[in-house]
Design a protein around this ligand. Sequence first.
Ligand code: ZN
Length: 566
Amino acid sequence: MVHYHVKAIDLQAHLYEVNLHISQPASTLRVSLPVWIPGSYLVREFSRHVLRIEARQGATKRTLTCVDKATWEVSGLDEHQPLVLTYQVYAFDASVRTAWLDAQRGFFNGTSLCLRVEGRTHEPHELQVMSPDPSWTLATGLQAHKTNAKGFGIYRAADYDELVDCPVEMGPHWRGEFKAGGISHELVVSGAAPSFDGVRLLGDVQRICEAQIRFWHGRGKPPFKRYVFMLRVVDEGYGGLEHRNSTALIAARRDLPQTGHAEMTEGYITLLGLFSHEYFHTWNVKRLKPAEFAAYDYSRENYTQMLWFFEGFTSYYDDLFLWRAGLIDTAQYLKLLARTWHLLQQTPGRHVQSVAQSSFDAWVKYYRSDENTPNSTVSYYGKGSLIAACLDFTLRGRGQGSLDEVMHLLWQHSKGGAITEADVLMALQQVSGRSFAKEIKAWVHGTKELPFLELIQELGVQVHRLPTTCSQRLGLRVQDLKIKAVLKGSYAQKLGLSAHDEILAVNGWRLKKLEDWDLYASQARQVQVLVARDQQLITLTGPARAPSMLDVGAVQFTYKNLRSAS
Ligand code: ZN
């Protein structure tokens, strides 16, 4: 048995203390901490927050040797005596990927706190968590073994994979429960304002869960016995991480529904989309998964070319399920689709990188975005979801089935397990009666434009071009007047504007907002732009207007008789 005893020893210093008990250790034993957490494809080297590690057998201190940045070795052990490792972990990262501890709340993933005992990962693992504060409760997807009414005590996992796939959330929570598909679902929220309408959120999330369980299993049962949503709300923040029977989410406080306000705000649609996305992952990536993820290697990057399917298709279905569950209407749904399309159009990197490559490169590109990201990369989320849409529209438009049938077939064939791109091709062929090899090659492995607008029009949707905004015409991404990115091939790039420049004036006129650019530049033959670059004032000169390949505004979709089935 491998047993972890976790205690918050210093809330102000953000420190957990972990006692790791290993029964019957081998004479030489290695322990290591993962360098990444499944679902977030970046080497994060969690061991950098491990402090004061020591080893004992009874009263005898044992010597630990560092083998590499994340691995320790103890040798000369007595195999009849349990080995106890004691160490501290600094926890002050507000994201869902690592660990947090302060006087208000605690949260951790096993990948941050639980050293992996090499050679023993397939054994049952126990996690014992002590309560730091009598007002706190604990939530986790782990199975309770011996716990008190507040949820503190001992939990059990079948193996190390399950242990680290069940994050733990602690604090004074808002808590609610509902049943979907006969399964108990828990929702815990920390950090909400008193105006938070928990009952509304609970009801809306329940509709999403019911629709998704019906989608995968009809009247059958989902492949988990209970499910836990752990939502942390903050002033600014957005994100989530999927797990086998739980998810950790982070969202903006103002996006929560408020008591007495029944309207469906954009922020609330975004929040429900996040719930829908992570819940869909319970099937698509946690069970149906890339063959490369059949057994995770926690010590290094785990490459796959298939995130366009696992993240992209999940992104297609997340909003679709808001529509199918009746939470948003057709016009609201089409607005979300139009936004995804427009975002891709504003990404010159779509002509540089395919989504298969973008998936493979996630470890060095997607999770390490910088000012050149829009020019050199494409999002496997955004383009991946549009590929799903193109496949679905093609199948439905020609009466050859639907993407739903493809997903069901993949689930049945793999028995909810590992798949490859060949399996996706096979399922498409089986559903439609023809090969989709050409489409997958062009859309997934190519960098040409997707036929999304043509296909959506075939379904009876009308496409309208909206007027371009100033930043779109210039080819800039700005925050206030600070340039975040200059898009490749744009007017702004030809003018010599650079990321990190602050735009001060145009043609001698002080600029307060970018939209005023045309006010001072549109009638002039020349434009002079004054920018601050590394504290130096620089004047850039060029023609007042230059043709730009990025001169593309947003689109709006309207419909009369939509032929897409819900
Ligand atoms: Zn995702």
